[in-house]
Design a protein around this ligand. Structure first.
Ligand code: FAD
Ligand code: UDP
Length: 383
């Protein structure tokens, strides 16, 4: 088959582009390193429980377009994700909210703190911790110190290997402090999970005869970029190459290695039920808790089995492509220096007009699934 488009990676970025172009009768070849579709959203069933192999993936979006597009490939069920944090021998709601304040402070002090917060930011506001820390009101400042110390400081150091001051402020702003009793991890219009899981969604998305997928293939084995342009199997390739892998890898680390954080995800099977919430965070010091959070998958399900459970514990570590643990580049590390190196790679990529960079790795950005789908729809419509 002659291919109009080669897509590297069968995660959300690559699969959405492949689906959209195949619907316009383009012949698409997908090269996927792993032996399955879905990228990091891949899930599989074990003992009746759907396990997310690469860590917990909860779907949430405000985009009607993204929700309607994906609804062609799956039915959904409503799922509101709630997270608890283990703080000073208590379990309190995360994002930290008024209920968390009530749990952590005496009643009169809690009232004073809530009043001061509302006066400064307004009722129901969502305030990033780094904003809260700038307050000059002594009550707000005391609370900010408490929340920073007990929720953000050590979790962020464990997760990123950097302090909250060193990493881009947008990272901690993903989990704001809530000036209300509202719980739930997300505020989006749609908070749903695919009825038969993500892998089933992907399989349906990719079932066109115009799409060929080769599994267990690193694109670097078949694709090369040189002064003459893009080559596939040693021959010039004039179609579009949609690349969703890591950009430093594509250019053989010519400008150096882009830093990523990885995870050692430890899966355990237990009897009964392990914890109350689907995810429980452990924001304490690494010496006390060397992991960040534990997710119990059966709490994601519409009908939870009672007798058995699977939990994932997340131990963050630096990405190292050659190591036994930590060899998956999960999170781009958002700092000014890293952005600069990334932009230099993008300059190199501009020599190849038919190379399209898309996705969390290729764009070196901390995107959620819905943002990737939105970007992929846009890219495909312009191809
Ligand atoms: P990926 O899913 O990483 O897919 C890239 C694919 O490309 C992979 O399958 C990889 O094997 C393949 N590939 C890479 N290089 C090559 C190569 N050289 N040759 C061949 N194949 C290659 N988002 C949410 O919205 N909600 C969540 O709850 C959520 N939880 C997350 C939890 C964790 C632990 C992580 C790491 C991410 C989470 N995300 C979540 C983000 C979500 O995983 C990403 O937004 C999404 O997976 C990005 O899709 P992608 O296609 O860009 O990348
Ligand atoms: N965070 C934290 N403590 C928490 C939860 C989050 O410090 O209890 C910070 C941490 O820096 C984390 C970021 O907020 O990396 C974003 O959290 P989120 O839960 O969105 O991370 P993800 O699910 O993407 O790993």
């Amino acid at each position: 088959m002659r291919y109009d488009v080669i897509v590297v990676g069968a995660g959300f970025a690559g699969s959405v582009v492949a689906e959209r172009l195949s619907a316009r009768n383009k012949k698409v070849l997908i090269l996927e390193n792993r032996n399955h579709v879905g990228g990091n959203a891949y899930d599989y069933e074990q003992d009746g429980i759907l396990i997310h192999k690469y860590g917990p993936h909860i779907f949430h979006t405000n985009s009607d377009k993204v929700f309607e597009y994906l609804s062609q490939f799956t039915e959904w069920y409503d799922y509101r994700h709630c997270v608890l944090g283990h703080i000073q021998n208590k379990t309190v709601p995360i994002p930290f909210n008024f209920a968390s304040i009530d749990d952590c402070f005496h009643a009169d002090q809690a009232e004073r703190l809530k009043t001061a917060l509302i006066k400064e930011y307004g009722r129901n506001a969502r305030v990033p911790i780094m904003e809260l820390r700038k307050s000059r009101n002594p009550d707000v400042n005391a609370l900010a110190d408490f929340v920073f110390e007990n929720v953000f400081k050590y979790y962020t150091m464990k997760q990123w290997g950097l302090t909250a001051e060193e990493i881009d402020s947008g990272v901690t702003a993903r989990v704001p402090v809530r000036l209300s009793y509202k719980d739930g991890y997300f505020d989006d219009k749609y908070q749903v999970m695919p009825k038969r899981g993500y892998t089933a969604l992907f399989k349906k998305m990719l079932q066109s005869n115009n799409i060929e997928i080769r599994f267990g293939v690193n694109a670097k084995e078949l694709i090369s970029l040189d002064a003459e342009g893009i080559k596939f199997n040693g021959e010039p390739f004039k179609g579009s190459l949609v690349y969703t892998g890591a950009l430093d890898e594509l250019f053989d680390y010519y400008l150096g290695e882009l830093p990523y954080r990885s995870l050692d995800l430890v899966l355990e099977k237990n009897n009964g039920t392990f914890q109350k919430a689907a995810t429980e965070n452990y924001p304490g010091k690494e010496s006390q808790y060397p992991f960040t959070r534990i997710t119990e998958y059966k709490h994601f399900m519409e009908n939870e089995p009672a007798d058995i459970t699977y939990i994932h514990t997340e131990y963050p570590l630096p990405y190292n492509k050659d190591a036994e643990k930590g060899n998956i580049p999960y999170y781009p590390v958002f700092t000014d220096d890293n952005q600069k190196m990334y932009k230099d790679y993008v300059e190199m990529a501009k020599s190849y007009p038919n190379l399209i960079l898309l996705g969390r790795l290729a764009e070196y950005k901390y995107y959620n699934m819905d943002s990737i789908v939105e970007r992929a729809l846009l890219k495909a419509s312009n191809m």
